[in-house]
Design a protein around this ligand. Sequence first.
Ligand code: ZN
Ligand code: ZN
Ligand code: ZN
Ligand code: ZN
Ligand code: ZN
Ligand code: ZN
Ligand code: ZN
Ligand code: ZN
Length: 472
Amino acid sequence: MQVLRFDQLVNRSPQIEELCKCMICLEIFIDPMCCESCENHFCQTCLTTWSQNQSARSCPVCNKLKEKQGQRILKNMLNDLDVYCCYKQNGCLGILKYSEYFFHIKSCQFKQVKCEYEGCNIDILLKDKDQHDNTCPFKLLQCKWCQQEIWRKQLEQHELNECLQRKVQCGKCSSEVPILMMQNHVDTCPENIYKCQLCLSDIKLKDLELHNKNECPQVIIKCSGCQEQLKRISMILHMQSCQFVEIECENCQQQIQRKDLKDHTIAKCFKTLKQIITDQQRQIKGLFTFCEELSQQVNLLSQLQQQIKFSKHFKHKDIEVIKDGKIAQLNLNENKKFDRLIAIKNSKNKPIEIEFLHISDLNVCVGITQRQNIFNPKDYSKHNHQSYLFCANGIVYIDENKEENGKKKNFGFVIGQKLELVYNDQFVSIKNCTTQQYLKYNISYEYFDKDDIELYPVLCLRSNFDKARIVN
Ligand SMILES: [Zn+2]
Ligand SMILES: [Zn+2]
Ligand SMILES: [Zn+2]
Ligand SMILES: [Zn+2]
Ligand SMILES: [Zn+2]
Ligand SMILES: [Zn+2]
Ligand SMILES: [Zn+2]
Ligand SMILES: [Zn+2]
């Protein structure tokens, strides 16, 4: 039965004791009720207990009873009281209002409770309940093997030594085996060593199948060639000579029976080899052609890099130069032995005066040509010779599909006649100063190599005794 004692009051006084004391329990009222006739108060539970020993529910003071709720003024006074928690001696330091006291003690962490597990039943404080739960030797826990519930204090022993379903580790193969199956396992453990019945060597059980299949020298196997059955140990020798075994041809990697290998090598494989050689020869030939093309291109490129150098010291017996430093580069046409191309120093728009001192053949020319032609002269009687050349016999060699015939215009020159050559990027013209004949052509660049469109005035001497003079 709940009791709130006067010694729990924080501020105890005789006045409060007089006003708040229950006539039955002699302690502080809990849930007070009032007798209507004598106006005395009692705890509700005290009144009930008292009445159980009487013939009827009655007031202990006046014997009559008509109950009503305790007076408001009394209840207000009670609600205002400060009291210590009844679990103070267990460590609860709470000071509580009367109004919250009864709620507090229901869940006070310093309240004593009994451990709920059968066999334990010790008293513990509510705050220590979880901790005790984790260690209580009478708590029932499940065995990890058989799932039976076992007291904590017995579980370790049970799982380790007693449980009939526990697993133990095999000392040989390390696998976990139920204790009841251990005897069986010992006989079939894959790490157990057996004697092979055929070769008598010691083999682990797990290797026995592979041993029979691939290793045991005493097992009888079939020859893949002649199908004869022999012990493996004899088969090695047999395979080295059996005529029906397939062997890889070293040349073509085909699998050929030993008896046919010789014929194969001569007949088929030789053909294969020949084919391979032919293919390779063709490839090599192709490479050679490619190399030649490359070297031609390299030559051409290096020619393009060449510069025409005019020098004061450049001299030739066939050329007389009035002013020094006018000529450069003398080249023979490879096909026509005596052709000489002589470049005259570049001077656009300025007339160059030329005079022939000797002409043994009317094919001598004056005109302009592309730079690379000076290094590698082309035959002027063919098209696309990269020049505009005026010939002493009246023919004008031009890079067009047809060659214009200057004779129609009566152009030509002979020994002693002075010529005047003028050119720039647009046109080339020549004048015979003696006869006053005059020819002019617009230069059409589409007939020139695009990489090298630099033009130079040139003389072309074609016979052994030709001789010319550059006047200015
Ligand atoms: Zn009471
Ligand atoms: Zn009464
Ligand atoms: Zn408390
Ligand atoms: Zn316990
Ligand atoms: Zn168990
Ligand atoms: Zn084992
Ligand atoms: Zn064996
Ligand atoms: Zn064989």
